[in-house]
Design a binder for this molecule. Structure first.
Ligand code: PNS
Length: 161
């Protein structure tokens, strides 16, 4: 059984993430979505909320699991026996952001990263932009899986917006 890992912050999961997870699943027998901490970011949603939202989004895709991971991704890759990391590319900025991580993860774990072009119709969809739109009162329902917009709205209402 081939195993791919789709890592990210998923703060929150978007239709772009879901597109990449589906593409990863089309290439590998099993996919684990790793909801990771990113020390450079201050997430809006808790890890538990992010995991629950990704689980809801992938519930109809067979052989896709979701885990939280607070550590080096390379350590998860080694412990899980993953065959590849799969990451989506929307454009050149993603290449710049992802290449170093791919090289470092390969250096640390020996696991390769496979880059897959995402759906061009979703090239403008990013978690950071989705949160910004919601923070300013815009509709994000058609950018995220069902239930995510309400969770983002609740989290924003619970904070200072
Ligand atoms: O969705 P993001 O925030 O762009 O995903 C980045 C993420 C979470 C995949 C990356 O920061 C990560 O792998 N974090 C775990 C800690 C780690 O392994 N850091 C070194 C990355 S080479």
């Amino acid at each position: 059984m081939s195993l791919a890992v789709c890592p990210g912050s998923f703060d929150p999961v978007t239709l772009g993430h879901l597109d990449v997870i589906r593409r990863a699943r089309s290439m590998f027998d099993e996919v684990v979505v790793v909801v990771a901490h990113n020390a450079a970011k201050h997430p809006l949603l808790s890890v538990e909320e992010r995991v629950a939202l990704v689980e809801g989004a992938v519930k109809d895709i067979p052989d896709v699991r979701v885990v939280a991971w607070d550590g080096l991704l390379a350590d998860y890759l080694k412990q899980s026996g993953a065959h590849a990391v799969v990451k989506g590319l929307r454009g050149g900025a993603d290449v710049d952001a992802e290449l170093g991580m791919a090289l470092l993860n390969r250096h640390l774990s020996g696991v390769e990263t496979v880059f897959v072009p995402g759906d061009g119709a979703l090239a403008h969809v990013a978690s950071s932009l989705v949160k910004d739109v919601a923070r300013h009162g815009g509709a994000i329902d058609d950018l995220v899986p069902p239930g995510v917009a309400a969770a983002v709205s609740a989290a924003l209402d619970g904070g200072t917006r």
